[in-house]
Design a protein around this ligand. Structure first.
Ligand SMILES: *[C@@H]1O[C@H](CO)[C@@H](O)[C@H](O)[C@H]1NC(C)=O
Ligand SMILES: *[C@@H]1O[C@H](CO)[C@@H](O)[C@H](O)[C@H]1NC(C)=O
Ligand SMILES: *[C@@H]1O[C@H](CO)[C@@H](O)[C@H](O)[C@H]1NC(C)=O
Ligand SMILES: *[C@@H]1O[C@H](CO)[C@@H](O)[C@H](O)[C@H]1NC(C)=O
Ligand SMILES: *[C@@H]1O[C@H](CO)[C@@H](O)[C@H](O)[C@H]1NC(C)=O
Ligand SMILES: *[C@@H]1O[C@H](CO)[C@@H](O)[C@H](O)[C@H]1NC(C)=O
Ligand SMILES: *[C@@H]1O[C@H](CO)[C@@H](O)[C@H](O)[C@H]1NC(C)=O
Ligand SMILES: *[C@@H]1O[C@H](CO)[C@@H](O)[C@H](O)[C@H]1NC(C)=O
Ligand SMILES: *[C@@H]1O[C@H](CO)[C@@H](O)[C@H](O)[C@H]1NC(C)=O
Ligand SMILES: *[C@@H]1O[C@H](CO)[C@@H](O)[C@H](O)[C@H]1NC(C)=O
Ligand SMILES: *[C@@H]1O[C@H](CO)[C@@H](O)[C@H](O)[C@H]1NC(C)=O
Ligand SMILES: *[C@@H]1O[C@H](CO)[C@@H](O)[C@H](O)[C@H]1NC(C)=O
Length: 411
């Protein structure tokens, strides 16, 4: 699979193109369930992939990607009746099974839940797996669609749980089909509503060199904190943008604080803030004390899940950023970059951190990053201007004085 970045929106552009190219090369599943009168009652056509992260007997982790559906069978898929709800059941590969069920309300129907089972005992697919038996992940979806509408989502959707990432795209589905005719009324997912204007540009033609990237979006500012038995011991407020380079592809990912969890710990000499989210396994900020009177950001460790299911991990414990006196906080409103490695940088926006000596859950006075650089130019500029004025005044005075004397001499 080849990925290009061409769309102006960072991050989503990567997903978009990979997805469209993926759609060309991979297998679409299609199912047309008919009732006793041979009339269609449930119709679906979609693409999917799974990546499964599992622990091996040697305590390491492996990832497998399941994307071969050429052997798919659909036994157990039903239209639904008074007693049973409609469902799609797919069997594929060596003991995989995937089920989605639907429910009906007054004027809508819902995709109720998706479950995916795999046989981790199968050691050709899962070599050296520690666990044995059939494992199942269940996700409650609860997505509502008006009756007599076909749901469409060409954009990539992901579900992630217990080390299993499920990717879906090019999804078309309608349950409770009326009069045997699949509806032409499409009910779009949110992502399709926003990307439909972009998708048509993508197929076959190479990215035009004249595409001008729009200004990149700033990440939303998140507030993070860590508590110990004495209350809040670490505070951080910042917008975070990750910039990673993997296989020569640069991805810029804004962290959405709404979907990011955080934890951490505080010790006298060191403090940790750990973030995690759907595609971030962990992102650690480790702070340390130096010379018993200052703190700084000493270490960043990150592990991310990439679109193709593999992991990206980087660590650096020899950093020196965000340096300020103990008992104060460090603040920087302008964009700053923490360079963790050549392949991983963090751009920060509207940053304020205090990893030590937090009193009553509030920030102490801040040391501002602008003190380090451009602001000290202001006094110099003012001083220089004042000196210039002084010189002019003095010059004028002496010239005036000289003329005055000369005047007297003329008489
Ligand atoms: C589903 O199958 C029925 C009966 O074979 C056929 O009439 C109908 O056109 C099919 N619908 C789709 C969307 O393939
Ligand atoms: C699906 O059903 C067909 C025929 O009804 C049967 O031959 C096949 O073995 C079944 N497959 C599975 C996975 O149960
Ligand atoms: C649909 O499937 C989910 C997950 O497998 C399950 O929890 C739920 O009870 C099912 N709902 C119905 C109505 O069968
Ligand atoms: C799971 O895989 C193992 C090993 O291939 C096999 O012996 C077992 O029967 C499978 N279990 C099921 C329920 O298919
Ligand atoms: C899979 O397991 C069987 C017995 O459980 C063993 O004989 C075989 O060597 C294993 N294969 C691999 C590839 O580990
Ligand atoms: C289905 O057929 C019935 C009776 O022919 C009709 O009243 C109804 O409007 C049809 N519904 C749709 C969605 O076509
Ligand atoms: C809590 O505060 C007390 C008094 O300031 C201090 O002695 C103690 O070490 C603190 N505990 C922790 C876990 O920071
Ligand atoms: C930390 O403690 C404060 C009260 O001291 C509380 O309001 C806050 O929710 C706690 N935060 C976390 C992350 O537990
Ligand atoms: C991301 O990193 C690459 C390589 O270091 C750099 O060329 C690019 O300007 C960075 N982009 C952003 C938005 O930080
Ligand atoms: C996060 O949540 C806030 C309030 O619920 C909302 O205004 C904001 O748009 C959300 N941000 C993102 C990126 O989803
Ligand atoms: C963060 O990690 C915790 C514990 O591993 C997990 O329960 C939680 O779901 C993760 N948060 C997100 C947003 O993925
Ligand atoms: C899905 O599988 C296909 C075929 O192996 C692969 O090319 C593609 O990258 C996969 N897509 C995703 C989103 O993982």
């Amino acid at each position: 699979m080849v990925c290009f970045r061409l769309s102006p929106v960072p991050g989503s552009g990567l997903v978009l193109l990979c997805l469209v190219l993926g759609a060309v090369s991979s297998y679409a599943l299609e199912l047309n369930v008919t009732d006793s009168e041979k009339a269609t009652c449930l119709y679906a056509k979609w693409q999917m992939n799974f990546t499964i992260h599992y622990e091996t007997t040697s305590k390491t982790f492996k990832t497998v990607t399941i994307s071969d559906f050429s052997t798919a069978t659909y036994n157990g898929s039903i239209c639904g009746d008074e007693q049973n709800n409609p469902k799609i059941v797919v069997q594929f590969g060596s003991g995989f099974s995937w089920t989605v069920n639907f429910t009906k309300e007054e004027s809508t129907y819902s995709i109720d839940g998706i479950s995916f089972s795999y046989n981790i005992s199968d050691n050709t697919t899962f070599p050296d797996a520690k666990d044995k038996g059939i494992l199942t992940v269940r996700d409650a979806v609860g997505f509502r669609i008006p009756l007599n509408n076909i749901f469409r989502c060409n954009s990539l959707s992901t579900l992630e749980k217990n080390g299993v990432v499920q990717y879906y795209w090019d999804v078309h589905v309608q349950a409770f089909v009326q009069n045997g005719t699949v509806s032409t009324k499409e009910f779009l997912c949110e992502k399709d509503k926003t990307v439909t204007t972009v998708v048509p540009f993508v197929p076959t033609t190479a990215p035009s060199p004249t595409v001008t990237p729009a200004p990149r979006e700033k990440p939303e500012v998140g507030s993070y904190s860590v508590n110990n038995s004495n209350g809040t011991c670490l505070l951080a407020t910042m917008g975070l943008q990750l910039n990673l380079t993997h296989d020569k592809v640069v991805s810029v990912i804004n962290i959405n604080p709404n979907t990011t969890d955080f934890t951490g710990s505080c010790q006298p000499q060191t403090a940790l803030l750990r973030l995690n989210g759907s595609n971030i396994k962990y992102l650690d900020f480790v702070f340390a004390v130096k010379n018993e009177n200052r703190f700084y950001l000493k270490e960043v460790n990150v592990s991310m899940y990439l679109v193709n299911g593999s992991a990206f991990s980087i660590a650096n414990n020899n950093l020196s950023y965000w340096d300020a006196p103990l008992g104060s906080s460090y603040m920087c409103n302008k964009e700053q970059t923490v360079s963790v490695s050549g392949a991983f940088q963090i751009n920060t926006f509207e940053l304020r951190v205090q990893p030590f000596n937090v009193m009553e859950g509030k920030y102490s006075t801040a040391q501002d990053c602008s003190a380090d650089d451009d602001n000290f130019l202001v006094p110099i500029a003012v001083g220089a201007a004042l000196a210039g004025v002084l010189i002019l005044v003095l010059l004028a005075y002496f010239i005036g004085l000289k003329r005055h004397h000369a005047g007297y001499e003329q008489f």
